[in-house]
Design a binder for this molecule. Structure first.
Ligand SMILES: Nc1nc2c(ncn2[C@@H]2O[C@H](COP(=O)(O)OP(=O)(O)OP(=O)(O)O)[C@@H](O)[C@H]2O)c(=O)[nH]1
Ligand SMILES: [Mg+2]
Length: 330
């Protein structure tokens, strides 16, 4: 499954700035006026994953590939959607209304951006900075948008409403990540200082956007120097995987080294089904090497010789970072 993340919040809180930081491009227009974004911005980002390069090293060293064409590295991806700002009573048509929420009904997780940064030059939609109030405003608008959708369904056809509207269509029921958009000097606070839930991410969207294009190592040093251990992208992806109960497994061969995302607790056939739907049905068995063994014994043939490759059947539960090869019938 590919993770899809929708970014919402009041106007002018830094949603597009955060979007740009996440996709590492000045793709979405961000400017100091309300409702700068009207049409949604969509961007696809590779999930940063050093383990893929550890696997590549092993395969390159063992020379177990066609020397003219080294294996391709294919990271997992995340899609981000940045939409127009919502205001109080958007469901009644205030501001730009709430029709833009339609663009994020298919996301797996919602990121709610709240303004915490103080800059006096940036226009506020409410008169003061109050992230807790703003969070409640937006959550209420999500619930009201869901109620409207339900009402619409009812008038169309009373009986099919329950069937037609599946739980994943309800914005207010989706997993939520709260992001407090902070200035540099606010990043050492704890979320409760702003009245926000304890798993709120504190991010300085402007700083990370300003660092687009800077060399990765240099960027890391700059972020570390202001007390940021991980980029907003890494933080968001980690918490999204946690909230959705997702994990990574790999396939590694002479042509391609690839990260795949599946639910924690997936059986071997279910994980195979992530690669290709038919693989679930046609599953015969899985050949599994743990990531650590794969590295320690220099790849597939070394791991096999050391007795570290396991043959597993359909009841095997895939573990995080397993290197998998699925045997399927054709
Ligand atoms: N000082 C400061 N300014 C910021 C920060 N994040 C965003 N801004 C500024 O705030 C303004 C609004 O940012 P946008 O990213 O366009 O906000 P938005 O939420 O997408 O706004 P709409 O599309 O209008 O809903 C821009 O001028 C940004 O440069 C921040 O962390 N600190
Ligand atoms: Mg915007």
């Amino acid at each position: 499954m590919n993770l899809k993340v929708g970014i919402i919040g009041l106007p002018n809180v830094g949603k597009s700035t955060l979007f740009n930081a996440l996709v590492q491009k000045a793709q979405a227009e961000s400017a100091n006026y309300l409702f700068c974004t009207i049409e949604p911005n969509t961007g696809i980002v590779q999930v940063p994953d050093n383990k893929l390069y550890d696997l590549l090293d092993v395969i390159l060293k063992s020379k177990s590939y066609n020397l003219n064409s080294p294996p391709q590295v294919v990271p997992a991806t995340v899609e981000f959607v940045d939409i127009a700002g919502l205001v109080k009573n958007a469901h009644k048509g205030e501001g730009l209304g709430n029709q833009f929420l339609g663009h994020i009904r298919s996301v797996n997780v919602i990121v709610l951006v709240l303004r915490v940064f103080e800059s006096s030059n940036i226009t506020l939609v409410e008169n003061d900075i109050d992230p807790k109030r703003d969070m409640e405003t937006i959550l209420t608008e999500l619930e009201l948008a869901d109620l409207q959708l339900e009402e619409k369904g009812k008038t169309k056809n009373k009986k099919i409403t329950e069937v037609a509207l599946s739980i994943k269509d309800y914005l207010s029921k989706k997993p939520l990540i709260v992001v407090a958009n902070c200035d540099e000097n606010q990043l050492n606070n704890s979320p409760s200082d702003f009245g926000l839930p304890k798993d709120t991410l504190l991010i300085n969207a402007q700083l990370e956007t300003d660092l687009i294009g800077v060399d990765e190592n240099e960027k890391k040093d700059l972020l570390n120097s202001v007390g940021i251990k991980e980029s907003g992208l890494n933080q968001l992806i980690n918490i999204a995987y946690q909230k959705l109960g997702l994990m990574t497994f790999y396939t590694a061969g002479p042509k391609e080294i690839r990260a795949w995302t599946t639910k924690v607790g997936s059986s071997a056939p279910q994980a195979a089904g992530v690669i290709h739907t038919d693989f679930e049905k046609n599953f015969i068995r899985a050949e599994i090497i743990s990531f650590n063994d794969y590295i320690k014994y220099n790849g597939e043939s070394g791991s096999k010789k050391a007795g570290k490759m396991r043959l597993e059947g359909k009841d095997y539960i895939i573990k995080e970072d397993d290197i998998c090869y699925f045997r399927v019938s054709s």
